[in-house]
Design a protein around this ligand. Sequence first.
Ligand SMILES: *[C@@H]1O[C@H](CO)[C@@H](O)[C@H](O)[C@H]1NC(C)=O
Ligand SMILES: *[C@@H]1O[C@H](CO)[C@@H](O)[C@H](O)[C@H]1NC(C)=O
Ligand SMILES: *[C@@H]1O[C@H](CO)[C@@H](O)[C@H](O)[C@H]1NC(C)=O
Ligand SMILES: *[C@@H]1O[C@H](CO)[C@@H](O)[C@H](O)[C@H]1NC(C)=O
Ligand SMILES: *[C@@H]1O[C@H](CO)[C@@H](O)[C@H](O)[C@H]1NC(C)=O
Ligand SMILES: *[C@@H]1O[C@H](CO)[C@@H](O)[C@H](O)[C@H]1NC(C)=O
Length: 355
Amino acid sequence: MGSLAVLISLIACATLASGAAGARVELTRAHSSRLVGDALRRDMERHAARRLAASGATVSAPTRKDTAMGEYLMTLAIRRRANCARTIRRIMVFETFTFGSSSPANQARVPGIAFGCSNASSDDWNGSAGLVGLGRGRLSLVSQLGAGRFSYCLTPFQDTNRTSTLLLGSSAMLSDAGVGSTPFVANPTMAPMSTYYYLNLTGISLGTKALSISSDAFTLTANGTGGLIIDSGTTITYLVDAAYQQVRAAVLSLVTLPTTDGSDATGLDLCFALPSPASAPPAMPSMTFHFNGADMVLPADSYMILESGLWCLAMQNNTDGEPSILGNYQQQNMHILYDLGQEMLSFAPANCGTF
Ligand SMILES: *[C@@H]1O[C@H](CO)[C@@H](O)[C@H](O)[C@H]1NC(C)=O
Ligand SMILES: *[C@@H]1O[C@H](CO)[C@@H](O)[C@H](O)[C@H]1NC(C)=O
Ligand SMILES: *[C@@H]1O[C@H](CO)[C@@H](O)[C@H](O)[C@H]1NC(C)=O
Ligand SMILES: *[C@@H]1O[C@H](CO)[C@@H](O)[C@H](O)[C@H]1NC(C)=O
Ligand SMILES: *[C@@H]1O[C@H](CO)[C@@H](O)[C@H](O)[C@H]1NC(C)=O
Ligand SMILES: *[C@@H]1O[C@H](CO)[C@@H](O)[C@H](O)[C@H]1NC(C)=O
């Protein structure tokens, strides 16, 4: 999980590092008329950055001149304004971070948080200043806070009215009904790939039909390529081509609407034309991701996306050698807990708008 780009209103109650109650952060998401296309372009920028970083080259945060969408935004205050502009191109700064802005009583201040500055990155993420890392690396926000665990519940992609929630530290708990748990798989290689949360995906079903996907399609290799990561900072799901083609064919076999080239409007590969923009899409069965020890059930609204009268599969094939990625569109309306002590991901269906 690279990052959760952040614009916040956080209601926190304690310094996390002291192991107290933890913190609750509200996440908002901006909206635009070209939601999917813009989100996908940023997915591609992040993939490019990941490839660069994996190659050992120096990498800065992807530059974005367009508005921040398709990401979840959290607001945090850095107490003093660190003047990064005066330095060399990139620098690491230590500062006090304040989570929560409404009333001082609800704020949590944590001193000595390291963060990077770069004026090579954009100053215009529509007011958002950077990326918050939730990964395994020692400089991620969760590592620096010593959070031990965190959870989030993301409201549906097109619902811009209600905020999503991020819980850090001991307030992150999963008591919902229908909880499934699956262990993380460690990437044996070096950062950055080792900072992602890999899962052991053993198969995919559409409805009751198990798709014909080779058992090693999602295997993380000894040299650290392949595998599947769960990422809150990538919008749609990217699957290794052999698996993607099976998913694509299975969806195609169930939908009687005409297909249409939606790549200009949405950037997506498989789109259907609805009879009219106001038409409701046909009913589809759920899609199940079979993880080691737990099934993750995605209702149709979590794998099909409706935009501009097109109804598209919110998945794509990945580039050779890249990991497959479970994106945030597929994680909507699910409470997802990362337990770093237990090395376990747990999840349960939830109504994130009322979380
Ligand atoms: C920037 O973000 C704000 C708040 O999320 C939103 O209201 C506004 O429409 C966004 N601007 C653009 C150009 O998307
Ligand atoms: C960083 O920004 C400052 C101020 O705009 C500029 O003078 C400087 O050349 C920039 N440095 C780099 C490496 O881009
Ligand atoms: C969001 O709020 C606006 C204004 O309150 C309302 O008109 C709209 O229907 C709401 N949208 C959703 C998806 O609830
Ligand atoms: C990594 O290992 C896989 C499977 O063993 C192999 O197909 C691939 O070529 C290797 N990639 C690199 C960059 O060594
Ligand atoms: C991805 O899928 C598209 C269409 O389904 C295909 O044309 C393309 O070659 C695939 N790309 C890779 C890298 O497999
Ligand atoms: C992945 O899960 C399968 C089936 O549960 C198991 O046999 C296999 O050992 C697991 N692989 C890893 C790397 O954990």
